[in-house]
Design a binder for this molecule. Structure first.
Ligand code: SME
Length: 161
């Protein structure tokens, strides 16, 4: 599938374009697995300096590994454990600038230095989390947080509504 990439002046434009590409590529009739697989590929394509982009889905009271791009990863995370489990239990985005100084971090890829986890919520109900790792420390800022929360909302609308 051809996704036309352009240079972006700023992160806001980039996230706007990413949302539009998600809307072009994702068709709810394909189901959640195919849609999230393409969403992880798109996010990896748009976000520089990322080594892991993927989803953990809330199933049977835990987070289960869903579609992703990157190295093999832990398959189940308890709510409250790790950065993913914290974001899930608080239903809030968690940014970690330096994973080595984070006590509640589950190591997956040794090249990861920073991480952001955005909960995916539909009408107050947790569906899962979007997890992104970077080899650069402090890779994710407030603009990424806002942008990725917007992407999570787009995905809920495109896939789950
Ligand atoms: N670091 C995550 C685990 C998942 S991997 O990064 C893919 C965490 O602490 O929850």
């Amino acid at each position: 599938m051809n996704v036309e990439m352009v240079e972006f002046e700023n992160k806001r434009d980039m996230y706007e374009h990413l949302n539009a590409s998600c809307a072009k590529v994702i068709d709810r009739r394909d189901g959640a697995v195919s849609s999230l697989a393409n969403a992880s590929a798109l996010i990896k394509l748009y976000l520089e300096d990322t080594n892991w982009v993927g989803f953990y889905l809330f199933q049977e009271e835990a987070l289960k590994l869903g579609p992703f791009q990157g190295s093999p990863a832990v398959t189940a995370i308890k709510i409250g454990e790790g950065v993913c489990g914290s974001a899930a239990s608080e239903m809030k985005t968690v940014r970690v600038d330096d994973v080595k100084s984070c006590g509640n971090y589950i190591a997956c890829d040794p090249s990861t230095s920073s991480e952001i986890v955005v909960p995916i919520i539909k009408q107050g109900r947790l569906l899962g989390v979007l997890d992104i790792d970077s080899p650069k420390s402090g890779r994710f800022d407030e603009e990424d947080e806002a942008g990725l929360q917007g992407v999570a909302e787009t995905l809920v609308r495109l896939i789950y509504m």
